[in-house]
Design a protein around this ligand. Sequence first.
Ligand SMILES: [Zn+2]
Ligand SMILES: [Zn+2]
Length: 143
Amino acid sequence: MQCPRHNIEFETDKRHGVPALECPQCTGIWIETAALEQIEDRVFPGEMRKGSLKYGNHDSDLSCPHCSKTMVRFRYRANNLELDHCPDDAGYWLDKDEDKQILDLMKQRVSDLNRSGAAQVSWDRAVRGESHGILSRIKRIFK
Ligand SMILES: [Zn+2]
Ligand SMILES: [Zn+2]
């Protein structure tokens, strides 16, 4: 297979623990569809929700290195990052550093979720503490 930008044969490589085909000129990579989640899962705990993957699908300028059809470009998990996907779901094309951006965005989502989770816990605690306070006050009145 060849790079969709340079028509140069890919070289076999490995990124973030998954097999990837890399263009020696632009260092963009082609990964299989399942590999995208495997990359995300390196920083994203399984019990958290990732949200929807694809937003704003539109035709890409690039042809799929796998099937030569026009790829589908989409906004990755509603972030400010666009990725190219094979219309037959064979894999994703990631331009240089887009794999790193994916990891950064996923780390960001984990810390956002942790923060909203922590806020929920302290709110629950405050509510429980409040009702407990009222209860002991009522008990004191009836003593
Ligand atoms: Zn290239
Ligand atoms: Zn394809």
